[in-house]
Design a protein around this ligand. Structure first.
Ligand SMILES: [Zn+2]
Length: 317
């Protein structure tokens, strides 16, 4: 099969990650710029145009023609039009954006856009931890919890592009209030934000600012750190057990900075999950850490763009 190249853009609340990746998952280059999250959408689009221009120039230098552009953004994306529907948290004006159309207007290239968590999952599925699998579910533990569901090699989005919000499944119906309007949502207990909050609540005199510190403290036998991590693992396992019982996937991939805590952490999640999930549903499920790190979303965007080329109903010309 002929090797193809695509540009991937991953728009996050703090950084726009961008780069070039081949159809075989070889990362040619990657970089990032700060996101002007409070700026009007025309300014954000301008930044995206600039990084696309840079990548196009580089691809010409290297003799690697670009076949498509893929873009990931927070929020619900109508993938037929590459259109961001409604608003996104962490951005002031980034709402109702004709992403694919705007980029196509500027560059004569096929452009495809999707939700960032979907593309992160698709990146791990295409080129990372899940590349040998067909049914994969990805949970990214960060400020919140992003979820992506791949069923039989395809991204599952729900009927109106707003499904797979795994971070907003309730694990306690009387639990903590969530920004989404729900109560007891998984991300209020098992995101990086929640872990830091829980630690600082228990130890207000010596607050921490990152999860890495908490894991280091636990290693140094700090009782509070050990306790909040133990709870964190139980919360996460409750959520994952629900996912396992419903989807019975081949693999659960855990991403985000917290997943770098190591093999023991993943092992603890697996053990806690096994105690809660139905044995028949859990039996063959692998629970692993993500392998592409910060590049998963951007690489997933390139994989999605190349896969979508020529597909019916998608903007291609
Ligand atoms: Zn919620």
């Amino acid at each position: 099969m002929k090797k193809l190249y695509a540009i991937g853009i991953d728009i996050g609340g703090t950084a726009i990650k961008h780069g070039i990746c081949s159809s075989e998952g070889i990362l040619i280059q990657h970089d990032s710029i700060p996101t002007p999250a409070d700026a009007p959408k025309a300014i954000i689009l301008q930044k995206i145009f600039e990084v696309i221009s840079q990548n196009l120039a580089l691809s010409q230098e290297q003799g690697m023609p670009i076949s498509a552009v893929g873009v990931g953004t927070p929020g619900s994306v109508d993938i037929e039009r590459g259109y961001l529907m409604g608003s996104t948290p962490n951005f002031k004006h980034w709402r109702n954006v004709a992403i694919a159309e705007s980029i196509k207007h500027r560059f004569d290239l096929p452009v495809f856009a999707d939700n960032d968590a979907n593309l992160m999952a698709f990146g791990e599925f295409s080129f990372g931890a899940g590349k040998e699998k067909k049914d994969v579910i990805c949970l990214t533990l960060g400020t919140g919890i992003g979820g992506g569901i791949i069923i039989d090699g395809e991204i599952y989005r729900g009927s109106f592009y707003a499904g797979s919000e795994l971070g907003h499944m309730s694990i306690d119906y009387k639990g903590r209030q969530c920004n989404c309007g729900g109560q007891g949502c998984l991300e209020r207990y098992a995101s990086a934000t929640a872990l830091i909050q829980d630690y600082n609540l228990e130890n207000p005199k010596n607050p921490v600012s990152g999860t890495k510190q908490i894991f280091l403290l636990a290693k140094a036998k700090d009782k509070i750190a050990q306790k909040v991590i133990k709870n964190f693992v139980s919360y996460l396992a409750a959520g994952i057990a629900n996912v396992v019982n419903i989807f019975n996937p081949e693999m659960i991939i855990i991403g985000g900075g917290v997943s770098k805590a190591g093999a023991v952490f993943i092992e603890d999640i697996r053990d806690a999950c096994q105690k809660r999930a139905m044995p028949v549903s859990f039996k063959n499920v692998e629970i692993v850490g993500a392998t592409l790190g910060n590049d998963a979303g951007m690489m997933g965007a390139t994989a999605f763009a190349l896969k979508s080329l020529g597909k019916k109903g998608v903007v291609t010309s």
